[in-house]
Design a protein around this ligand. Structure first.
Ligand code: GDP
Ligand code: IMO
Ligand code: MG
Length: 430
């Protein structure tokens, strides 16, 4: 012990990569348990910027064992591209472990992701186009391909045949695309088998052993609570379990092994892709947040939608994930405002909601009820203790803490590793 879970509390891009990196020197394992290369985590170390997608952010910490667990969907081509790029920059990636039970994103999953979105037209999700949804659909549909299958060509061929059988009908007859052959898919996947073999193992055994022997294991979520397949703004979500429960099913450790759950939350809100977003701004304030916060997607380069902090979402994330600690990021971006509105509740067709409506119709109708907090003008990027913050910034943080119902244990005041205000230790017993 301890097992620590780290999740995004909003719609992603809260700064999970930076938060993981912060804990890097104190953990032995960093486990990615959901999603795939739809994620985009930026980590800044000594002015060097790293963008990670499929790999857990812990890969940058010397001595950490990075693990891609069973809940992840793996695009093998991307895996090696990312590994090679890190190797070229002198990062030691030799400890990486990949679960044999993780599912593979095959080339046809990417194709189907893109054509489905085009077909959906104005009902599209705005996916990253990486094949995530179709790969998870195959997993649930029991026609997926797992890492283990790469090492048995006969089984691999049979599974590709089974999977392509239906898909080619769909691709050719519905989407008007060319059929994909079993051989091209087989060749594409088999070319990586030898290089993958030494990394692939039963990672659940490894992680349980690590916890048994007192190692610190950090489970790092991709995406976030509001993009979770069960608890997010369905259908405008990703296809995996991005909440704390996903850490358990996605890695093969029991819930009793988890000691703390850290929610990473931005001091304002952003969203990429389609779907409802009650506090979204369409004015110069929204543009200010986008420009100052550098709110452009790490994976697709899309401009992120921006809006004020939403305390209803923070309370929801606290409840769904059982948060024990919050890391509040990007407080520095709010510097220089007269007033900072915070959404404290919603008005849904004349009815006040203090808690998240999970009914899609109600959430689409939700209008934010704002409380205006005082802003501050002082540069806070050099603050390293809570008391270093100007009183009005302190009051903003305290107000957010009270509204969310979880203690704020660290505050981000800049993208760099040391631009953080530690308040409570993030690694602790339950
Ligand atoms: P992730 O997907 O949750 O890992 O987050 P992203 O990396 O997609 O987006 C977060 C962005 O904010 C990155 O560019 C980080 O370098 C940056 N960042 C993280 N924490 C802070 C902070 O406290 N202040 C500022 N200014 N930037 C931050
Ligand atoms: P990180 O880990 C923000 C969004 C997409 C789209 C929806 C479904 O960096 O926080 P998908 O390709 O997953 O089927 O797309 O989810 N999305 C993200 N938004 N940050 C992410 O990851 C995201 N991963 C997926 O924009 O709306
Ligand atoms: Mg991101």
């Amino acid at each position: 012990m301890p097992g620590v879970v780290l999740v995004g509390a909003q719609w992603g891009d809260e700064g999970k990569g930076k938060a993981t990196d912060l804990l890097g020197s104190r953990v032995d394992y960093v486990v990615k348990f959901n999603g795939g290369n739809n994620a985009g985590h930026t980590v800044v170390i000594d002015d060097e910027k790293y963008a990670l997608h499929l790999l857990p952010s812990g890969i940058l910490s010397p001595g950490v064992v990075p693990v891609i667990a069973n809940g992840v969907v793996v695009d093998i081509e991307v895996l090696f591209e990312e590994l090679d790029a890190l190797i070229a920059r002198g990062v030691d990636v030799s400890r990486l472990l990949v679960s044999g039970s993780a599912h593979i994103i095959a080339p046809y999953h990417r194709t189907i992701d893109k054509v489905t979105e085009r077909f959906l037209g104005k009902r599209r999700i705005g996916t990253t186009g990486r094949g995530i949804g179709p790969a998870y659909a195959d997993k649930i549909n029991r026609v997926g391909i797992r890492m283990w299958d790469l090492f048995d060509e006969k089984i691999l061929r049979a599974k590709i045949e089974g999977s392509l059988d239906q898909k080619n009908h769909l691709l050719v007859k519905v989407y008007n695309r060319r059929a994909i052959t079993v051989d091209e898919t087989l060749d594409e996947l088999l070319q990586y088998a030898d290089r993958l073999r030494p990394m692939v193992t039963d990672t659940a055994v490894e992680l349980n052993k690590a916890l048994d022997t007192g190692k610190n294991v950090l489970f790092e979520a991709g995406q976030a609570t509001m993009l979770d397949i069960d608890h997010g703004t369905y259908p405008f979500v990703t296809s995996s379990s991005a909440t704390a429960g996903g850490a358990v099913t996605g890695s093969g450790v029991g819930p009793t092994r988890i000691d703390s759950v850290i929610g990473v939350i931005k001091a304002y809100t952003t969203r990429v892709g389609e779907g409802p977003f009650p506090t979204e701004l369409f004015d110069d304030k929204g543009e200010f947040l986008r420009k100052t916060g550098g709110e452009y997607g790490v994976t697709t380069g899309r401009a992120r939608r921006t809006g004020w902090y939403d305390a209803v979402i923070a309370r929801y994330a606290t409840r769904i994930n059982g948060l024990t600690d919050i890391v509040l990021t990007k407080l520095d971006i709010l510097t220089g405002m007269e007033k900072v509105p915070v959404c404290v509740a919603y008005d849904v067709d004349g009815v006040r909601y203090d808690e998240m409506p999970t009914d899609q119709t109600a959430f689409h109708h939700a209008k934010p009820i704002y409380e205006e907090l005082d802003g501050w003008w002082e540069d806070i990027s050099k603050a390293r203790a809570f008391e270093d913050l100007p009183p009005k910034a302190q009051a903003y943080v305290r107000a957010l803490e009270e509204m969310s119902g979880t203690r704020i244990s660290a505050i981000g005041v800049g993208p760099k590793r040391d631009e953080i205000i530690p308040i409570h230790d993030l690694i602790h017993a339950r």
